[in-house]
Design a protein around this ligand. Structure first.
Ligand code: 5GP
Ligand code: ZN
Length: 118
């Protein structure tokens, strides 16, 4: 793993986070600067920088990230009110951490395309 990747460090337990789900391949934790009442990050344990770095062998993993997001939406009671899942990719999307992560956002109405404007 790249030594400076904060999400690898969270996955390895070197940096603490409020973990809400984990299995052998996937980890989910609360975002440190939430922009919605529910703001979780769902990551693969393995270091993949962005969506552009995925390949065919990651297809099941990427699918499972979404299934975990759906389970967490139910667990955090935002399944009926609605929620958003987002991969930011690259500078114009505002990607800050270059370790693939799925944002799960909910708990308030989001009218704008991106969460921080809602
Ligand atoms: P991005 O902008 O890359 O899509 O999102 C990165 C997210 O990671 C941001 O929402 C930011 O608040 C969150 N984040 C950055 N560093 C940490 C950290 O050390 N711990 C946690 N829990 N979240 C972090
Ligand atoms: Zn990483």
């Amino acid at each position: 793993m790249p030594g400076d990747c904060v999400f690898c460090k969270i996955a390895d337990g070197e940096v603490s986070a409020e973990i809400v789900y984990e299995d052998d391949d996937i980890l989910a934790f609360k975002d440190i600067s939430p922009v919605a009442p529910v703001h979780l990050l769902i990551i693969p344990r393995k270091h993949i920088p962005t969506l552009l770095d995925l390949n065919e062998s990651d297809a099941e993993l990427v699918g499972r990230l979404h299934l975990v997001a759906a389970d967490l939406a139910r667990a955090f009671n935002i399944d009926h009110s609605g929620f958003r899942v987002v991969f930011n990719c690259g500078p114009d999307a505002g990607q800050e951490v270059y370790h693939l992560h799925l944002h799960l956002l909910g708990g308030k109405p989001m009218t704008a395309l991106i969460a921080e404007e809602s």
